[in-house]
Design a protein around this ligand. Structure first.
Ligand code: ZN
Length: 300
């Protein structure tokens, strides 16, 4: 199963599978490029890179089944130095997200990036599903370790009554770039037989850490095969995840308009220009005096 393919050549991919006559479902993904893109955009230091990367990976995995304009938002609100971590997944593998304090880096704990220490152990994980119904649905659970995968496992058990195994991993290279990233979520639905559950637990325990699988160049098919073992399963969807934001110059102009005439007149008088940064992707929009004056012209 282990091959020596250079992980850098592996494309990002997400897959969804079901097995055991529909009683087992699994999501697996390689997200190295996606997480590197988020690192580059937000200029995160290693601990923040891993925390945001795990959260983005979790969001795209859970979001595999989203359709149209549906969104899934993960918010990790711990009491550690990172502050809030937010990831919003849309359909087709698109995701955007940020961490409040991207410059957070803690000394490694037992040779690993101390994500739990940076997130904090007190706090909550929130999962919001906006499926185009009247009200988005938000569930939450207390953080367990701040390591995100464990917190999400607890969320599925407590808030959705779904026993799950969640693994999320980001390997940061010596030059701070992302060397490998990936994850999986394995869930047991009502009706699963006891012996199936036992076999799945054994499969999960026999696998190397997911960042190591991604680094060794395992394909998602190989990861899925390792999870399902000799259980019969079918792979349904395969998607390419990507960091994609919804911001635009038009959207930024809309935000400025909402501030009101006085605020914009003030900007023109003081700076003459405006610089607006999107939280989610860190893109900066520069508006010239002419842009601002044009904006004023469109306002009542
Ligand atoms: Zn943006």
């Amino acid at each position: 199963m282990k091959n020596q393919t250079n992980s850098g050549s592996q494309q990002d991919i997400l897959v969804r599978a079901t097995g055991g006559n529909g009683a087992v479902r699994a999501f697996a993904g390689i997200t190295t490029r996606l997480v590197e893109e988020s690192r580059r955009r937000h200029q995160t230091l290693p601990t923040a890179t891993a925390a945001l990367g795990r959260t983005l990976t979790a969001a795209v995995l859970i979001g595999i089944s989203l359709k149209g304009n549906d969104t899934l938002t993960l918010r990790v609100m711990g009491d550690g130095p990172l502050g809030a971590i937010v990831a919003v997944a849309g359909s087709e593998g698109r995701v955007r997200g940020y961490v409040q304090e991207p410059g957070t880096h803690l000394p490694p704990a037992q040779g690993k990036l101390d994500v739990g220490g940076a997130v904090g152990r007190e706090g909550f994980l929130y999962v919001t599903r906006d499926l185009g119904l009247k009200e988005p649905y938000t569930g939450s659970s207390p953080l367990v370790s701040g390591e995100i995968a464990e917190d999400l496992t607890n969320y599925f058990a407590v808030s959705e009554q779904t026993p799950s195994a969640v693994s999320l991993g980001v390997l940061v290279d010596t030059d701070n770039s992302v060397r490998a990233a990936g994850g999986f979520i394995l869930q047991v639905l009502p009706g699963a037989e006891e012996n199936v559950i036992t076999r799945l637990e054994q499969n999960v325990q026999s696998l190397p850490p997911v960042s190591e699988m991604a680094d060794r160049g395992w394909t998602v098919e190989q990861i899925m095969g390792g999870l399902m073992g000799d259980l019969e399963y079918t792979v349904h969807d395969s998607l390419t995840p990507e960091f994609a934001c919804r911001c635009s110059l038009e959207g930024i102009k809309g935000l400025l308009t909402a501030l009101g005439r006085a605020e914009i007149e003030d900007m023109i008088a003081k700076e003459g220009t405006a610089q607006v940064r999107c939280h989610f992707c860190n893109e900066t929009y520069n508006l010239s005096r002419t842009d601002l004056e044009e904006l004023l012209g469109t306002m009542p």
